[in-house]
Design a binder for this molecule. Structure first.
Ligand SMILES: [Zn+2]
Length: 146
């Protein structure tokens, strides 16, 4: 089944996404915390112990959060192939479309990785979509480690 978003109103798109969308997660580094196992070397902005087992010598340990957002998820092969000069274009393993908000855009840009249907994914690129106004973010994801 090919699902096409109508382009009339933002509300319609949001309503549809509420029905067919599902939660995806964006892993965001919210802050960093100093390692509790070693000491801080302010000159090098790193651990005094380059072999520390807690931080690997970095001293700063990232604290991350999985932020959920309702999205429209499509896995490869996609319903609609995209063709350009030279044939079909591989656009990653998964495309997720979420609402365009400044908060979402910030999270997409900052995300360490994405969790979609239990799979850890890394971002290839994102595009902003919508007529006449931008109203959604399309995120092209690749299975982690490929
Ligand atoms: Zn440490």
């Amino acid at each position: 089944m090919v699902i096409t978003f109508p382009t009339n109103t933002d509300e319609t798109i949001r309503a549809i996404r509420g029905v067919i969308g599902r939660d995806i997660y964006m892993n965001i580094t919210v802050t960093t915390s100093g390692c509790s196992l070693c000491g801080y070397d302010p000159v090098n902005n790193a651990s005094k112990d380059p072999f520390c087992s807690g931080c690997g010598g970095l001293y700063w340990i990232p604290i991350t959060e999985d932020i959920s957002e309702s999205g429209h998820v499509r896995w490869y092969p996609f319903d609609e192939a995209r063709y350009e000069h030279g044939g079909a274009v591989f656009d990653g393993d998964c495309i997720v479309t979420i609402a365009y908000t400044s908060g979402n855009l910030e999270n997409v840009r900052r995300a360490n990785y994405f969790l979609v249907d239990g799979m850890k994914m890394t971002m290839d690129k994102y595009t902003l979509r919508g007529v006449p106004q931008l109203n959604r973010i399309r995120i092209f994801l690749r299975e982690d480690g490929r």
